[in-house]
Design a protein around this ligand. Structure first.
Ligand SMILES: Cc1cc2nc3c(=O)[nH]c(=O)nc-3n(C[C@H](O)[C@H](O)[C@H](O)COP(=O)(O)O)c2cc1C
Length: 183
């Protein structure tokens, strides 16, 4: 689905610059005490330890890339009811006051309202009952950042319904190709 979307997008938007990021090829340390302390100290212009600095640089690299992109495509499977841990960690990095959201008297206000996002998700089961925690998980994060222009394409049920798997996947890939043309 990702390859189909990407090829279709590149063919229909030949002048756009596309940057691919494979989270499994990136060092993505978990959010934890040292990272939180480093982020806080950076916001107060305090000096960081070398360990805090190293983590902050990783976070900042991904944050800057995400903030700078006009459009973001996130392709991810549903694993064990939710998103892969690398995507969870990546989204943790994006939660930075004054960069992706700000605090106001009325609560959080997202700062990335002009960004377009496409979510490409595959899940072997069927989650028509609303218990799904992968796409909804990512959408809740995007909401914090003020992102509302979201295209969602889901391939689902190909494991649950093996006799229909081929047509389910074909339909999803066709949808990905069509959506990419106008994304
Ligand atoms: C480790 C693992 C965990 C999975 N957990 C679930 C799950 O909780 N629910 C589900 O419907 N499918 C689950 N699946 C099936 C995947 O959602 C399905 O294979 C999907 O097509 C994965 O995306 P991909 O084809 O891009 O790899 C799991 C698959 C793997 C490998």
């Amino acid at each position: 689905m990702y390859d189909a979307f990407l090829n279709s997008y590149c063919n229909s938007h030949p002048h756009d610059t596309v940057i691919e990021l494979d989270l499994y090829q990136e060092p993505l340390p978990y959010l934890g005490d040292i990272m939180i302390r480093g982020n806080y100290k950076t916001s107060k212009e305090m000096e960081l330890t070398s360990e805090e600095k190293a983590l902050h640089e990783i976070v900042n690299k991904h944050l800057q890339q995400f903030v700078a992109a006009d459009k973001v495509v996130i392709a991810f499977p549903l694993w064990n009811l939710t998103v892969p841990a690398v995507l969870h960690t990546y989204l943790d990095y994006m939660h930075q006051p004054r960069k992706t959201f700000k605090y106001t008297e009325d609560g959080l206000v997202g700062l990335l309202s002009t960004k377009k996002v496409a979510l490409l998700n595959a899940r072997g089961g069927i989650y028509a009952d609303g218990s799904e925690m992968a796409v909804s998980f990512v959408k809740n994060h995007l909401k914090v950042f003020g992102i509302t222009d979201i295209t969602t394409i889901v391939i689902e049920g190909h494991n649950k319904l093996p006799d229909q798997a081929e047509s389910i996947i074909e339909k999803g890939i066709h949808q990905a190709i069509q959506s990419a043309k106008t994304f």
